[in-house]
Design a binder for this molecule. Structure first.
Ligand SMILES: [Zn+2]
Length: 437
């Protein structure tokens, strides 16, 4: 080989609105915009129509695909059709997996692969972890669910022989006796694809990709970046990508290949270990960006993050205990197998058991990582509050009104104690008032 490149795109948007019928009119965006609709026109639709998904590999979160199905069903179909050859698996929703309990990891990972199977007729083999956040337990759950490999950043993998992990597939031994392959992307090409200008694809491949072509070891180059880069962050970035894949790369002798084909024909693999609790977008260790303070908050006071995530996790755990009592210890299986149906079709939540399952699904969506990715909760923290509230509404719908009231009081008490930065208090308390917390 040595003449192949995997260009991977990560497609993701958080849910924009709640699914419970009584909450649907509430917008979570500070300016009342539907960003998924905006990005769909700038990026998702042109990428699909230009045939990019036939050449690029991609992961698309179900929380986005469900919105596309409503906004533009024809475009959603193109994504679904392309998933079979070029798609990889995901966790249905986007929480920091190492921060979830074992059962919750199982629920979201198997809900994602169930849906992938329904769409493509086959099981996903490669996984994109939300924020590429990993720990050993997450990898064990992935292997149990049939995954053979996952994508991550090179900084997250340490080679046994001390060599660089950049673009180096690596075998990770798990405590269960199984193995899983880490596929760290090429850091410099991935970063250039994300942040460099999108005006001249020929120059881009000559300057940045050609020097990396390693004819001697015959290594396939793997680059992966946010899909929204092409058309949303960079106007006409979709056309740049189209030209790069179809003309510039072939002209330097590099041909785009599916990540799934690459896995099937992977050459000898080195051995190594993961950096526990690491991710691609925070280098400060222990996944601190999402649950405490670090320099990723550009000097802003991010002390709100810890109590914010703790209160949502406490609510999520209390709901797990209720499901355990009422549905038994195999409740995770019941939740994962009905995750898509009850989330995408809330009208089918028509029994106390289904309302309990919908409560758990909502409490998990309230753990979506975007709320604490940014320095302030105003960017997307409302989504989490809305879903936490929805979990309590569904609990009440299941007939457990007094438990629901207890949880509502606890959540409100916890959330009101938090010292939100700047004028967030107003934004968040408006939402709390709207949902009568
Ligand atoms: Zn950080």
């Amino acid at each position: 080989m040595g003449n192949e490149i995997v260009v991977g795109l990560h497609f993701y948007q958080p849910p924009r609105e709640a699914s419970h019928p009584s909450l649907r009119q509430i917008s979570t965006d500070p300016e009342n915009k539907n960003w998924t609709e905006i990005i769909e026109l700038e990026c998702y639709k042109p990428l699909a129509e230009e045939g990019i998904l036939n050449k690029a590999s991609f992961d698309i979160y179900q929380s986005l695909l469900l919105q596309l199905e409503k906004i533009d069903p024809a475009t959603a179909k193109i994504y679904q059709k392309s998933m079979r050859e070029n798609g990889i698996g995901e966790a249905f929703i986007h929480p920091i997996l190492p921060d979830l309990s074992t059962q919750d990891k199982q629920i979201v990972i198997s809900a994602g692969s169930n849906r992938f199977r329904e769409i493509t007729g086959q099981s996903p083999k490669i996984f994109w972890p939300p924020e590429t956040a990993i720990d050993t337990e997450t990898l064990c759950v992935l292997a149990e669910n049939g995954y053979e490999a996952f994508i991550c950043a090179p900084e997250q993998i340490v080679q046994s022989d001390g060599s660089s992990s950049d673009n180096q597939p690596t075998q990770i031994a798990l405590p269960t006796g199984q193995n899983i392959i880490a596929i760290p992307f090429d850091r410099s090409i991935s970063s250039k694809l994300a942040f460099d200008g999108k005006t001249n694809a020929d120059r881009f491949s000559d300057d940045f990709i050609k020097p990396k072509q390693d004819q001697k070891t015959g290594k396939t180059i793997v680059a992966w970046t946010d899909a929204e880069t092409f058309g949303h962050h960079f106007k006409n970035g979709d056309k740049f990508l189209d030209y790069l894949l179809n003309s510039s790369l072939p002209s330097i002798g590099l041909y785009p290949v599916s990540i799934n084909r690459y896995l099937d024909s992977m050459p000898q693999i080195k051995k190594g270990k993961i950096v526990e609790r690491s991710a691609w977008s925070c280098s400060h260790g222990d996944l601190v960006r999402w649950n405490n303070s670090c320099d990723c908050s550009w000097g802003y006071d991010s002390s709100w993050k810890r109590p914010f995530t703790e209160s949502l996790e406490k609510n999520n755990q209390e709901i797990s205990e209720i499901l355990q009592r009422h549905l038994g210890s195999n409740y995770p299986l019941k939740v994962s197998s009905q995750f898509y149906e009850l989330y995408a079709h809330p009208e089918r939540v028509n029994s106390p058991e289904k309302a309990l399952i919908a409560a758990k699904i909502s409490a998990l969506i309230a753990r979506t990582s975007c709320a604490t990715f940014f320095a302030t909760p105003n960017v997307s923290g409302k989504i989490n509050l809305l879903y936490a509230y929805q979990s309590i509404l569904y609990l009440s719908d299941s007939g457990l009104t007094s438990s629901a009231n207890v949880l509502k009081d606890k959540l409100f008490k916890d959330l009101s104690k938090i010292n939100y930065p700047g004028n967030q208090e107003t934004a968040l308390s408006t939402l709390l008032k709207m949902i009568s917390l």
